[in-house]
Design a protein around this ligand. Structure first.
Ligand code: ZN
Length: 153
């Protein structure tokens, strides 16, 4: 994707990433996050790539379609954006949590459960990284879990 605001290119976190092409203030909409919505979590694809995210309580969005370049945005344990649901008419948008500079990689919290986190390593390399992709409120529980057992890879 190449647009005036964001672009996709290889990321040091994982695969492709989504990057700002201009400066943004905190609280700006960065890119729409498009896809069909479901009232139950979709099955995980066998590839291990997971794009279905819970965008509001009890509502999942499958952003894996080619018409959703924002699907390349990576997870980070210190995200600079959030996925915000604006209702059926407007859909979901990645929105900046902090000011962004042109060239910054756009990251957000995938909000994974503890079970999902065991299959998804995080390589965001931020000081807060817990090594697994997991929702921020669950990270203390994961840290306790990792203290007593080695997670599966
Ligand atoms: Zn991390």
């Amino acid at each position: 994707m190449s647009g005036p605001d964001v672009e996709t290119r290889p990321s040091t976190i994982a695969g492709q990433g989504l990057f700002a092409r201009r400066d943004f203030a905190a609280g700006e909409r960065l890119a729409p996050y498009r896809g069909p919505t479901f009232s139950a979590p979709p099955e995980h694809p066998q590839t291990g790539d997971v794009f279905a995210l819970e965008v509001s309580a009890g509502l999942w969005l499958d952003g894996s379609g080619a018409d959703n370049p924002a699907r390349w945005a990576n997870h980070s344990c210190e995200p600079n954006a959030a996925l915000i649901w604006h209702g059926a008419a407007e859909g979901a948008w990645l929105t900046s949590l902090t000011p962004l500079r042109a060239g910054d990689e756009i990251t957000f919290d995938y909000g994974f459960s503890l079970a999902e986190s065991l299959f998804h390593r995080c390589a965001c390399r931020t000081p807060a990284c817990v090594g697994r992709i997991i929702a921020e409120p669950l990270r203390p529980a994961l840290r306790r879990h990792l203290r007593f057992s080695r997670p599966r890879d």
